[in-house]
Design a protein around this ligand. Structure first.
Ligand SMILES: NC(=O)c1ccc[n+]([C@@H]2O[C@H](COP(=O)([O-])OP(=O)(O)OC[C@H]3O[C@@H](n4cnc5c(N)ncnc54)[C@H](OP(=O)(O)O)[C@@H]3O)[C@@H](O)[C@H]2O)c1
Length: 464
């Protein structure tokens, strides 16, 4: 059975931006609700012959794979792709036309050949296919439309957050998959993004996407070899050039090394538009760094605070600092009398969650003109989770997000134009602001937060 879907939309974006977004067909996972995941199989730039794997959603959480091949690229007007699945093929054509310097018409045509379906069934299946086509094209319109204002806190989010268990259910992939808008279509050309922990997991996926959007990246990691491997992976994903990636070596467990990295950046690299404090770690046993700090506190709290502070002269009023914390902080309050976890038996998850909560409070306390955003990624399958929480990772493997889903809000916070000048202290999750003081024994009062600030200032004094 053959069937053609044909839809048109007009979007308020220049034709070049629309084309840049659509040219890499793997962006389809961000706008077509019928697509679960899409992956560019051919490394580096998109050209005729570039191949993609597209996983289409089927009922009951199942997926079916299709392989697409870029057949025609006429920049910036036309893209044609040929797709093949088992007993199923498609020719997708996207024609773009500038109707003004800031408005573009997109004509989308998909010629489907459902070989497994007998022609007499066409009248039954046609309305469903048309519905799928309409959803895809309206998803594309949403993907290319920049909202005017950021989201507000929603009452039902607050209620779910306060009930804790329903909120944590959204930490898995279902939470991400139910997002109405998943696109990253705002270009980052000319922007400088510094990111810690770009060698694995969420940080690597964030770096890949930001490079695809045109950002220049400062990659801060503790191993030269891993940084260089990450840079290669970012280039293969995004086709960015080598000179848009700057590698800075620093073990963030050492505040001296963190300060040296900040010094290297401020003296030899361009000013930063976005700093993402993503590196983090959860440890099974208590150990102190050479500088006398409990490791989880040093990596998850002291290093990002110090790095943000030392890089602040290199940030501007429009810069953003994004601090990555964890949903685990919902269950832990800070312990001012034992920030270093010396008195009670060590519990890595508690130490980690307390350090993340301390980072949230310090982000909210920032008095600079830079906007601070604190986010948590939900539960994402990453090398870090596999290593530090193997039982959790195994038990929840079907429930967890993949790392690109976990990275989504980080990327969105770095790129969303509607967040410019946003200053409200919030905890962002799945592109929405959330409440963070839910359980009564976890909340610190202003006096306690001031004490945390004083302790931190004293602890960091020798490294500034
Ligand atoms: N995945 C989740 O479900 C989840 C949930 C809540 C919060 N988070 C937070 O999300 C962030 C990313 O986590 P992930 O799951 O992607 O972790 P991951 O897979 O372990 O990656 C962590 C990254 O941080 C780097 N890093 C760790 N310790 C470092 C140190 N001492 N100095 C310099 N770099 C260091 C790692 O570098 P190496 O490659 O050298 O190890 C790696 O690049 C973390 O802040 C984590 O706490 C994750």
């Amino acid at each position: 059975m053959k069937h053609t879907l044909h839809e048109k939309i007009v979007v308020n974006r220049p034709i070049e931006e629309c084309f840049a977004y659509l040219k890499d067909f793997s962006s389809i996972e961000q706008w077509d609700p019928g697509v679960y995941r899409a992956r560019k199989l051919t490394p580096y730039g998109v050209a005729v012959g570039t191949e993609y794997e597209i996983l289409l959603k089927l009922p009951a959480g199942k997926q079916v794979s299709m392989r697409y091949r870029q057949a025609v690229i006429n920049e910036p007007r036309e893209l044609i792709l040929h797709g093949e699945g088992d007993n199923f093929s498609a020719i997708d054509t996207l024609n773009l036309q500038a109707i003004s310097p800031t408005r573009t018409e997109i004509d989308y045509r998909a010629e489907l050949d459902l070989r497994w379906l007998p022609a007499p069934l066409k009248p039954l299946i046609k309305p469903m296919l048309n519905r799928i086509g309409k959803k895809a094209i309206s998803g594309l319109k949403r993907a290319l439309t920049i909202p005017g204002t950021p989201s507000n806190r929603r009452l039902w989010h607050d209620i779910l957050d306060k009930l804790v268990v329903p909120a944590t259910l959204s930490f898995g992939k279902r939470g991400y998959l139910s997002l109405p808008r998943k696109s990253h279509s705002s270009r980052m050309d000319g922007k400088i993004v510094a990111i810690t922990g770009p060698t694995a997991g969420l940080g690597l996926d964030t770096a890949c996407e930001l490079a695809r959007l045109g950002a220049t990246l400062i990659l801060i990691g503790r191993s030269k070899q891993k940084l260089s491997n990450a840079a290669k992976q970012i280039q293969r994903f995004s086709a960015c050039s080598e000179n848009t990636l700057h590698l800075v070596e620093a073990d963030l467990a050492s505040l001296e090394a963190t300060a040296a990295a900040a010094q290297q950046i401020t003296t030899s690299l361009p000013p930063i538009d976005v700093l993402i404090n993503n590196a983090g770690a959860l440890f099974a046993t208590r150990e102190e760094t050479n500088e006398g700090f409990e490791r989880a506190l040093a990596v998850n709290f002291l290093a990002p605070v110090l790095l943000s502070k030392l890089l602040s002269p290199h940030l501007n009023d429009n810069s953003r600092v994004i601090n990555v914390v964890s949903g685990g902080l919902y269950f832990q309050g800070i312990k001012l009398d034992d920030l270093q976890f010396r008195s009670e038996p060590y519990d890595g998850s508690k130490a980690y969650a307390r350090a993340k909560r301390a980072l949230l409070y310090m982000s909210n306390e920032s008095t600079t003109k830079t906007s601070y955003f604190t986010m948590h990624p939900g539960w994402a399958a990453t090398p870090g989770v596999a290593k530090s929480l193997p039982a959790f990772n195994k038990r929840l493997q079907h429930f967890m997000r993949d790392s690109r889903m976990g990275a989504d809000t980080m990327i969105w916070l770095a790129t969303a134009p509607e967040l410019q000048a946003y200053k409200e202290p919030q905890l962002w999750f799945d592109r929405h602001p959330h409440t963070f003081d839910v359980l009564p024994n976890t909340k610190s009062n202003p006096n306690e937060i001031q004490q945390l600030k004083n302790w931190t200032t004293a602890a960091l004094a020798q490294f500034q």
